[in-house]
Design a protein around this ligand. Structure first.
Ligand code: AMP
Ligand code: MN
Ligand code: MN
Length: 325
């Protein structure tokens, strides 16, 4: 791993982006870089390009400075792409990405092939892009605002330090960031756990409609467009549903679909111990990690679930054959 400082040598303009529908790690990453640049390189023009983050992330320092649209024809010396494994997930900003002098990808998706930037700092075993950024930046260059962004990203991608991607190093970094005087309880409560009334309602509905299969080792739930309209919810209100499905006792794989437009589904997959859900997501043109992945698919929800189930069954069989049971 090189230091961020090395990538910034000779750079006088920097753009930073992350994936569409930005989550805590994506938003935390780009704003961490923005705050780092303010503290360490005010002489370098730095612009952040990102779809508007959810309102629970609006407290992050620099959130108001995000550009949601590309400024015309600006050519940057360096373009950083964070928490993103394929170019189609930075869609509106791809022209500036392509025209930049150099490209640096900082990511932790298993599905990242490292084939769309000259420089890659991609570590699939690391909890979050924010954790990688901490190491790229170095603790001595990290101020309070940068720390707040990095901490939030780590909290979100580790499910508050509980997913299997959480390492000793993750916890040590979190401890070091806390030392900058962060209100960690508020960050965790307000940006991660807090739910609106309708978010709780749709969570309840998804759990009520969920179906166990494969002898209780898998679970799925589907929220059709009509139900989304009834509750007045969007994809942004679905955070937490897949996690609650995954927590069902005995379940190895959880599948959650919601209909974003007629016949088009956003699919989330989670596993607990051994099914590699990123393989399934990649087969549909999506991506992610071994234990958390996603994609978009068209067709009938039951047909999509049947196809996914066949891929899970294959992996379950392979795992059983390997363990000799
Ligand atoms: P989600 O189910 O949307 O919360 O996504 C779970 C994980 O998979 C996250 O790390 C996402 O960044 C990743 N992911 C979701 N959809 C895609 C996609 N279409 N392409 C690549 N990665 C994805
Ligand atoms: Mn992300
Ligand atoms: Mn991430």
């Amino acid at each position: 791993m090189k230091k961020l400082e090395e990538y910034l040598k000779g750079v006088s303009s920097l753009a930073v982006t992350a994936h569409i529908n930005p989550d805590g790690d994506a938003t935390g990453s780009v704003l961490a870089v923005l705050n780092y640049m303010k503290d360490n390189h005010p002489e370098i023009q730095t612009n952040v390009y990102l779809q508007e983050p959810e309102k629970e992330l609006a407290f992050l320092p620099g959130c108001g400075e995000i550009h949601t649209e590309l400024s015309a024809d600006k050519v940057y010396d360096l373009f950083m792409i964070c928490d993103c494994s394929t170019l189609d997930r930075i869609d509106p900003f791809a022209p500036a990405y392509r025209s930049a002098g150099r490209r640096l990808c900082v990511d932790h998706h298993k599905s990242n092939a490292g084939d769309f930037a000259e420089d890659n700092e991609v570590y699939p075993d690391v909890s979050s892009t924010c954790e990688i950024l901490y190491d790229l930046m170095g603790t001595e260059h990290i101020g309070r605002n940068t720390a707040e962004c990095l901490y939030t990203g780590i909290v979100h991608d580790t499910g508050v330090f509980k997913y299997s991607c959480t390492s000793r190093h993750t916890m040590e970094i979190a401890g070091d960031l806390m030392d900058r005087g962060l209100d960690t309880t508020s960050i965790i409560d307000n940006s991660f756990y807090s739910k609106t009334y309708v978010q709780n309602q749709i969570l309840g509905r998804a759990l009520l409609e969920s179906v166990l299969f494969f002898n209780g080792r898998c679970i799925f739930s589907v929220i059709p467009e009509s139900v989304m309209k009834f509750y007045g919810v969007t994809g942004a209100d679905m955070g937490g549903v897949i996690e609650q499905l995954r927590l069902t006792e005995g379940v190895e794989v959880a599948i959650f679909l919601y209909e974003t437009q007629t016949g088009v589904y956003k699919v989330s997959l989670r596993s607990k111990k051994f099914i590699d859900v990123s393989k399934i997501a990649v087969a549909y043109g999506g991506g992610g990690h071994a234990r958390a992945a996603g994609f978009t698919a068209s067709g009938r929800s039951r047909a999509i679930i049947n196809e996914i189930s066949a891929m899970i069954a294959q992996q379950l069989e392979d795992a059983q054959a390997q363990s000799g049971t």
